[in-house]
Design a protein around this ligand. Structure first.
Ligand SMILES: *Cc1c(COP(=O)(O)O)cnc(C)c1O
Length: 363
C-alpha cells in the first residue's frame, strides 16, 4: 500500500488552498481539438504582438556568442539603455524577467502578513496572486459600469494596514484609461502606488511626469506587447531612487537573461519600426471595434490597449469562446465576476479580424 504523503502538513497553511494564476490554454494543447491544423491557429488570447519582434532581434540572437556567461547582475548597460528610452536616470530603473516578476518583487517589498493591498476589479490577476503569496489581503474595490475607479469607495477602503495600490493603466482586461485627476487623488494619500503601463506604447499616456512630485509613484512597463518580446520575458520599472535601491537588494541576481539583454538592445535600435507596428495595431483595433459594434448581441468596450473586451448581450460568452476555439481562433474568457459574460479579443492583423468576424457572423 502506498503511504499517504504527509507533505501537506509542512506546506504553509495559507497556501494550501491558494488560487493559482490561470493562464489560457496553450496553442499546442489544442492539437486534434480544432477543425484546422495548428499552424493555422489564430492566437488572439494573450495580447501578444502578431507581427513578432524586430527582425534585428532574430539576427542578433543567432550571432551572439556569450550564452555561457552569466548576465551582468547590476543590469548596468540595460539600465542605461532604458534610461535613454524613458529619460529617467539609471539609478531609478529596475528590470526583471517580465514585468510580472517586477510586480512580484514590488509586492514583496511592501506587503507582509495581514497587510492590505488595494485592487480595482476587474483587473490583472497578478496583483492578487503576488499579494496573497506574501500573506497579504486583497481589498477589492469594484469599478463602475464603465470600469472607472470610484474614489469615494477608495477613500473608505484605506486604513493603516493599506500598504500598496495597484492600477493597470490602461486597465486589463477592460482597456480603459484612468483619468489623471483620479491618479492624483490616489497619489495624494501617500500610499505606494504601482501604475502598470504594460500598454503604454499603445495608449501614449503615462503617469511618469508625476514622479518628481510623488515619490510613492511607481511605473511598470514591459517589452512583451509593443516590442513583441513576450517569450523572452523582460519588463522594467521607474521608481524613486530609494525604492529602486530596495528593489535591487531583494531581487534575485541575474534576473534578466542574456538573450533578453540582446533583444532589448536591438529593439531599442529599431524603435521606429516597432512603433510603426503599434500604429498598425491601433488602426486595426479601431477598425475591429467598428466591426464588432455591428453585432447586436455584442458590446465592445472602447480600449486604449491592443485588445477589445466585449460583453455578450445575448447568449453565453463561454460558448462563443468555445465556438471560436473550435474554429482555431483563440480569444480569452474569464470565469470571474463582472467578466463571466465577456470575451477579450487581442488585436491581430486585418486578416485575423476578418477570420474572427466571419465566424461571429455564422453564430
Ligand atoms: C501583459 C501584461 C503585463 C506584461 O507582463 P510581462 O510579465 O511583462 O509579460 C503586465 N501587466 C498587464 C496589465 C498586462 O496586461
Amino acid at each position: 500500500m502506498i503511504q499517504k504523503t504527509k507533505i501537506d502538513e509542512f506546506i504553509r497553511p495559507d497556501l494550501l488552498s491558494f488560487g493559482a494564476y490561470t493562464a489560457p490554454v496553450s496553442a499546442g494543447s489544442l492539437t486534434g481539438n480544432t477543425e484546422i491544423p495548428l499552424t493555422g491557429v489564430i492566437k488572439l488570447d494573450q495580447n501578444e504582438n502578431v507581427y513578432g519582434c524586430s527582425p534585428k532581434v532574430i539576427t542578433a540572437l543567432a550571432k551572439y556568442k556569450g550564452y555561457h556567461i552569466y548576465p551582468d547582475s547590476e543590469q548596468t548597460t540595460l539600465r542605461e539603455q532604458l534610461s535613454g528610452y524613458t529619460g529617467i536616470a539609471p539609478e531609478c530603473i529596475v528590470a526583471a524577467n517580465g514585468s510580472n516578476q517586477l510586480l512580484d518583487i514590488i509586492t514583496r517589498l511592501f506587503v507582509g502578513e495581514g497587510d492590505n493591498v488595494i485592487n480595482f476589479v476587474p483587473t490583472f490577476d497578478i496583483y492578487r496572486f503576488s499579494t496573497q503569496i506574501c500573506g497579504g489581503n486583497i481589498v477589492e474595490i469594484p469599478r463602475d459600469d464603465k470600469f472607472a475607479i470610484d474614489t469615494g469607495l477608495f477613500r473608505r477602503s484605506i486604513d493603516a494596514k493599506t500598504k500598496l495600490i495597484f492600477i493597470a493603466n490602461p486597465n486589463a482586461p477592460t482597456g480603459n484609461l484612468t483619468p489623471k485627476k483620479t491618479i492624483l487623488e490616489l497619489l495624494d494619500t501617500g500610499i505606494p502606488i504601482v501604475v502598470d503601463e504594460a500598454y503604454y506604447e499603445f495608449s501614449g499616456v503615462t503617469a511618469l511626469p508625476l514622479m518628481k512630485k510623488y515619490p510613492n509613484l511607481m511605473v511598470v512597463r514591459t517589452f512583451s506587447k509593443w516590442a513583441g518580446l513576450a517569450g523572452l520575458r523582460v519588463g522594467y520599472g521607474l521608481f524613486n531612487p530609494v525604492i529602486a535601491d530596495y528593489l535591487h537588494r531583494i531581487r534575485i541576481p541575474f534576473n534578466v537573461n542574456v538573450a533578453a539583454l540582446v533583444a532589448v538592445n536591438e529593439s531599442l535600435q529599431d524603435i521606429d519600426y516597432l512603433l510603426n507596428r503599434t500604429k498598425q495595431i491601433i488602426a486595426e483595433k479601431d477598425r475591429l471595434f467598428v466591426e464588432l459594434k455591428k453585432f447586436k448581441w455584442l458590446k465592445p468596450y472602447p480600449s486604449r490597449a491592443n485588445f477589445i473586451l466585449c460583453q455578450v448581450l445575448n447568449g453565453k460568452a463561454s460558448e462563443i469562446h468555445e465556438i471560436l476555439q473550435n474554429k482555431g481562433i483563440m480569444v480569452r474568457y474569464f470565469a470571474k465576476p463582472r467578466l463571466e459574460n465577456c470575451i477579450r479579443i487581442s488585436v491581430g492583423k486585418p486578416e485575423h479580424s476578418d477570420a474572427l468576424i466571419k465566424v461571429l457572423r455564422e453564430i
